[in-house]
Write a protein of this length. Structure first.
Length: 77
């Protein structure tokens, strides 16, 4: 299941995972960021990963030409 909505002009997408996890609830969120150029993608990735933890490096994956997964430095674990 998924839904899209906008807040103050910013579009958000919510996606329910079909994967069964051992936990009933997670407070984590994922943000999907649209960029206009490779330079912007690299810049945003650099800023978001600064002081955080790269869980999946910025590269091509079967599901996306360019994707990364980062735990931001202010994330609650």
């Amino acid at each position: 299941m998924h839904a899209t909505f906008s807040l103050n002009g910013q579009e958000f997408m919510c996606i329910g995972s079909y994967v069964k996890h051992e936990f009933p609830f997670t407070p984590s969120i994922s943000l999907y960021i649209n960029c206009d150029s490779e330079v912007e993608i690299d810049h945003v990735f650099g800023k978001l990963s600064e002081g955080g933890k790269v869980l999946m490096p910025l590269t091509a994956y079967p599901f996306s030409k360019k994707f990364a997964w980062v735990a931001h430095k202010f994330a609650v674990f």
